[in-house]
Design a protein around this ligand. Structure first.
Ligand SMILES: C[S@@+](CC[C@H](N)C(=O)[O-])C[C@H]1O[C@@H](n2cnc3c(N)ncnc32)[C@H](O)[C@@H]1O
Length: 242
């Protein structure tokens, strides 16, 4: 069966995505944001874009830390929920990251594998180029991607998870340069199916992308504790670019 090129529209907008990933929670977001803002020494009051922000777990906390935060995401449902938390320093809107941002910011954050969804490299480059154009001079963007080499090496081909009484049957495979996850959901007898696809972008490939859009790579971390990246052992590939 062929997977829709827009698989990310339906999957991330569905309540099942949030149930399956509920362990990726506020405390994980807060731990990472404490470490990152301290490392980057982003001054209080700075303007930060969190794109895509999901329901805003990082954006909300960043605004509590004293930043002026805009959270953007394609998912209408996630943004509708995030809007409940808006304040003078925290705004949310629906936005496709392939479209340009029309202002300049002090930092742009792309967190928790929110990259590599599109079929063409041109679309990946467009996203990075939009980030580059929307950064004030000397300011940083952060791309928090999965360490694809470890993810491929440890790929769990088949598993079942039961969360909140809902059964998630998940298969994973490498297909045409993507890790493709097929998620079949049995919610009290009601069956639905979704896909998740992340492009196999390794460190070498992402460095080429950065070069093509004119980003310089400043730091590379391998986890939310900001430890050194190691392609064999790190869970994350976190890039700080400017
Ligand atoms: C893995 S989630 C991460 C969300 C958030 N950064 C977090 O850590 O909770 C990926 C997000 O990307 C969003 N997304 C997918 N394609 C997008 C696009 N073209 N433009 C903007 N957001 C998109 C999804 O709606 C989803 O919320």
């Amino acid at each position: 069966m062929s997977i829709s090129t827009d698989w990310f529209v339906s999957w991330f907008d569905s309540p099942y995505y949030h149930i399956l990933y509920k362990h990726r929670n506020n405390s994980e977001a807060q731990f990472f944001m404490n470490n990152l803002t301290a490392f980057l020494k982003i001054p209080k009051g700075a303007s930060i874009i969190d794109l895509p922000c999901g329901k805003g777990r990082h954006a909300k906390y960043l605004s509590e830390l004293g930043y002026k935060v805009t959270g953007l995401d394609l998912s209408k449902n996630s943004i509708a929920e995030a809007k409940n938390y808006e304040s003078d320093f925290l705004h949310f809107d629906v936005h496709d990251m392939r479209n340009p941002l029309n202002q300049k910011y002090d930092a742009i954050l792309n967190l928790f594998t929110s990259f590599g969804y599109f079929n063409t490299d041109e679309e990946d480059l467009l996203v990075l180029s939009n980030f580059k154009k929307a950064l004030k001079p000397g300011c940083f963007a952060v791309i928090d991607f999965i360490n694809i080499e470890k993810a491929i090496h440890q790929l769990v081909l088949k598993e079942t998870k039961i969360i909140d009484g809902i059964e998630f049957n998940i298969t994973k495979k490498i297909q045409e340069g993507f890790i493709v996850k097929e998620i079949t959901i049995n919610d009290k007898g009601s069956i639905s199916k979704f896909y998740e696809k992340v492009k196999c972008i390794n460190f070498e490939k992402i460095k080429k992308y950065l070069e093509l859009v004119g980003f310089d790579l400043y730091h590379t971390f391998g986890n939310y504790n900001l430890e050194k990246f190691d392609k064999k052992t790190s869970d994350r590939l976190i890039l700080v670019v400017r």
